[in-house]
Every structure is written in C-alpha cells, then in structure tokens.
Design a protein around this ligand. Structure first.
Ligand code: SAM
Ligand code: SF4
Length: 329
C-alpha cells in the first residue's frame, strides 16, 4: 500500500482503491427470493446503525486518503430517512467526484427529482424480470410498474448512465429477449448477474454461471464488446447493433473480477469490509463512538486496505455470515 500527493491509495496487490460502497440501512421494502427469506432478516436496532453524521465523518476520512467515488446501497437505500440530504452532503466533500446508488427503484419515481437536485447523477436499479408476474414472485410482493416508473423517472431527470441489475435464476428469469427490447428502446445498460448462493442459498439449484450468461448474450448474434458505461467496474459489456443501451455480465464464481477490484464497503452497522467474500470486519462504529477521531479513522481505512484479500478465495474463513442486504451488495 502507498499513498502519494494526489491521494492515490493502492493495496498490497497494486490495485488502486478509490471506490466506497456505503450501506445506509439493512432494511428493505422488498424480499427478493435470492436475497432474504419472506420474513426478512432481523433488522438492527436504531442505535447500532451509523447515524448520518457518522457516515459523513467516515466518508470525509475516506475521501481524504484517496477514495473518490461513493455508491449508496443497503438494504434499500431509499427507505433511509434523510437520504436526499446525505447525498447533498456527500457530494460536497472535497475529493468526492461521484456519488451513485443501487436501489430497487420502488420509491424512485417520487424521489428522482430531489435525488438529482441533491447531486445523484447515476443509478443502478435492480429489476430481475420484465414480466410483472415473475417480478412479483421474485420480489415476493414488488410491483414491476413501480420499478419501471422509477427507471423512467431516473432517465427523465437526466441521470446517466442508468443501469439495471438482474440476478438470473434458471427457468425463472433467464429469457433475455424482453431486456433486448428494452435496450433498443431506452439508453439503459442491463447487467445480468450470476447468483451468489454464498449469501443466501435457497436458490442454489437455480444457479446460472457467468459463462452461460455470456453465451446467452452472444446468442443474440450481432454482439460487440463495449466500454463500461460510467467507468470501470466488475461487469463486462456488450453492444447489440443499433441498441441505445447495452448488456453486461457480472460473474463472480471464478473470481475473475477480483484482479481489478477497486472497492471497500462500510455496512449500515459500521463495519468496514474490504472483500465481499471475507468476513473480516473492522468495527468503525465503535471507534467513531469511542474517540470520534478522524485521524484514527483514516489510519484504520489505510490499514484495512493494506490487508485487503487478493481474491475471493484468499483468507476465506468458511461460510459468509451476512446476507448481501446486510453487507450492502
Ligand atoms: N436494495 C437495493 C437493490 O436491490 O438494488 C440495494 C441492495 S441489494 C443487496 C444490491 C444488489 O445485490 C442487487 O442488485 C441485488 O440483486 C444483489 N443481490 C442480492 N442478493 C444476491 C445474491 N445472492 N447473489 C447475487 N446478487 C445478489
Ligand atoms: Fe431488498 Fe435489494 Fe435484497 Fe431485493 S436485493 S431484498 S431489494 S436488499
């Protein structure tokens, strides 16, 4: 790990770490079947969740050592009270160049304008199927109409790029044709995501590998490699001739994307994680509440980055103890 005057921070494998995923709540207004049980996952008490002020202190420290991009996630970030103000505060931090969000989009139609005004310029919306009945079943009670209205509102206020996340389950939502129609009609980038049973294994028999996802995209025929819209990330992108948007594939099981990993995560209950697949956590909440010392927080982030695992197979300590919604996927 090293830092230089341009506040660049790299880990022990020379990966530049500039991206912070902030989970701002462990609560959610949906219950996607690949993410959590119908009854949900017991939510943390309010006092064990970082306050908005604590999140800001952490983000300022992170920005000061070279993390320049922040993504808000959860749980469902739009159910957190004060999210609009938080975005305004985060975008105002010196050194923060980009604030984005991953959301299920259910509340986006009513909030898109305010989010944009606060500084949110791009969004990833999780929509696993364009068939209302399948969407409803996958989310347990979600309305596809509401999610699509959220998508359209994001486009209408000028957010770009707008991406869709679709976790693919065999024989449930593995027909990509409706998504192809969508990317011809709208400038959206649909990322097909390999389901990760390590976080919630109920659908293990429905697993579709990244290679299979890629083959399904290539089966459309006139398909070319494409740039990643909005900067580097874990997805590989493809363009269908004449389409306004693109397709992307995120496959994690082989660990290919680890070589380019640029991120750390802070959970809603204030635990710093440097790898989605490693249960190693640093209790930032405790440090913030004991000492509230920004220098100590910076030192902790630097140390954690130094110890970031090389890939998803490195330093594994058995089963992952938290679901994606508790980590901030
Ligand atoms: N609630 C927001 C949403 O759904 O976009 C943000 C949090 S959600 C945990 C973030 C992303 O993780 C979503 O795109 C979701 O589809 C994905 N996800 C959740 N569980 C997953 C799993 N077991 N395997 C792969 N992706 C998963
Ligand atoms: Fe909620 Fe997102 Fe998990 Fe679905 S994937 S249950 S929307 S946190």
């Amino acid at each position: 790990m090293e830092t230089d005057n341009k506040q660049r921070i790299t880990d022990n494998y020379d990966r530049k770490i500039d991206y912070l995923r902030l989970s701002i709540t462990d609560r959610c207004n949906l219950r996607c079947t690949y993410c959590m049980p119908e009854a949900g996952i017991k939510a943390k008490s309010h006092d064990s969740i970082l306050t908005l002020e604590e999140i800001l202190i952490f983000a300022e420290a992170a920005a000061d050592i070279g993390l320049s991009r922040i993504r808000l996630t959860g749980g469902e970030p739009l159910v957190r009270k004060g999210v609009v103000g938080l975005i305004a505060d985060l975008t105002a931090i010196p050194g923060i160049e980009d604030v984005s969000m991953t959301t299920n989009g259910i509340l986006l139609e009513e909030m898109a304008k305010d989010l944009y005004a606060a500084g949110l310029r791009r969004v990833n919306i999780s929509i696993d199927s364009l068939d209302p009945a399948v969407y409803h079943k996958l989310t347990r009670w979600g309305s596809l109409n509401q999610a699509l209205s959220g998508l359209k509102a994001a486009l209408a206020v000028g957010m770009t790029p707008v991406k869709i996340n679709a976790v693919v389950l065999k024989d449930i939502n593995d027909d990509f044709e409706p998504f192809a129609k969508l990317i011809y009609e709208y400038p959206v980038h649909v990322r097909f995501i390999e389901y990760m049973p390590a976080f919630y294994e109920k659908n293990r028999d429905k697993f579709v590998s990244g290679e299979e996802l890629e083959a399904k995209v290539k089966a459309f025929g006139d398909v070319m490699d494409a740039e990643s819209p909005g900067g580097a990330g874990p997805a590989r992108y493809f363009r269908l001739r004449g389409a306004k948007g693109s397709f992307g594939i995120i496959g994690s099981s082989k660990g290919h994307f680890c070589a380019g990993c640029n991120r750390v995560r802070l959970t809603a209950d204030g635990k710093l994680r440097t790898c989605l697949f490693s249960d190693r956590e640093i209790d930032v909440l405790k440090i913030l509440r004991q000492n509230n010392d920004a220098e100590e927080v910076k030192a902790i982030i630097k140390q954690a980055i130094k110890e970031k695992p090389r890939d998803r197979f490195d330093k594994r300590e058995g089963k992952i103890s938290r679901s994606m919604s508790q980590i901030g996927g």
